[in-house]
Design a protein around this ligand. Structure first.
Ligand SMILES: C[S@@+](CC[C@H](N)C(=O)[O-])C[C@H]1O[C@@H](n2cnc3c(N)ncnc32)[C@H](O)[C@@H]1O
Length: 251
């Protein structure tokens, strides 16, 4: 563990009292598991609801990336994907791809390594092809069923990927992990031009939750760090509003 990480751990220890000792122990265990390039089975709701969890996120990002990955979620996601083919773009450290590959999922991890410093991309979970996300979609997009993208940066790249995916392979769906519109992933153009593939969501009746709290999770048991509002969604490029399923245009 680097000096910076030890410093952060010491600071977290300083927050410890009898009320949050178990939360801090759980956070240390989660970081330790990620450092060993493994996943915790699940995360307790007590930990997820405690602000202390956010301090551990700052450490864990350098070992696993931005998503709070667990075995329980990865099992559900790999069950959903089944034997379909995936391309992961912007894979970062490759932890999500590795978790899926270990479960038999056919996935090609890619990243352009532009966040090499920020994410410590010298230390990867699996081999990652160094390629721009749009070039990766051009290269592999027509042969895959899903493009996976987690924590898309807050510029127009997400929109460009979604549009290109639709042009190259209109049947392809995007599995997106990140925050909602006005959050810290992608931009308005991305969210305004996507539609959710609700028929693939595991509990369609939870759509009612959308009115209260943004998007619902497409895959069960997805976990977020405290104060982080990321979700897993299944999306595609929004169809032209004037275009209807049976292939004629509205007057
Ligand atoms: C916010 S990080 C997310 C990484 C990872 N998906 C995660 O959730 O931990 C964004 C990632 O996208 C990569 N990236 C940024 N722009 C890219 C581009 N145009 N093509 C491919 N990868 C890109 C960066 O190197 C970085 O790994």
């Amino acid at each position: 563990m680097s000096n910076e990480m030890e410093f952060l751990m010491d600071r977290i220890d300083g927050l410890c009292d009898e009320n949050n000792e178990d939360i801090i122990n759980e956070g240390k265990e989660i970081v330790k598991i990620y450092m060993e390039k493994k996943f915790p089975d699940d995360i307790s709701s007590k930990f997820r609801n405690s602000f202390v969890s956010t301090c551990f996120r700052n450490i864990a990002i350098r070992y696993v990336g931005f998503t709070l990955l667990t075995n329980k979620f990865l099992n559900n996601l790999s069950n959903y994907i089944g034997n379909k083919k995936c391309l992961e773009v912007m894979a970062g450290k490759g932890s999500l791809s590795k978790g899926l590959m270990d479960r038999g999922v056919n996935v090609i991890p890619t990243d352009n390594f532009s966040w090499k410093q920020k994410l410590n991309l010298d230390d990867l979970w699996t081999d990652i092809e160094n390629i721009d996300c749009l070039d990766a979609i051009r290269k592999y997009g027509k042969d895959v069923d899903f493009i996976i993208a987690s924590w898309i940066p807050m510029d127009n790249t997400g929109y460009n990927m979604l549009k290109l995916m639709n042009e190259i392979n209109p049947e392809c769906k995007m599995i997106v992990i990140g925050e909602d519109i006005d959050g810290c992933t992608a931009n308005d153009n991305f969210f305004n031009n996507l539609e959710f593939v609700f028929e693939d969501y595991y509990q369609r009746d939870t759509q009612d939750d959308m009115c209260i709290f943004g998007m619902v999770n497409a895959i069960p048991d997805f976990r977020s760090w405290s104060g982080i509002y990321d979700r897993v969604s299944i999306v595609r490029f929004k169809k032209d509003v004037n275009y209807v399923e049976n292939n004629f245009f509205l007057l």
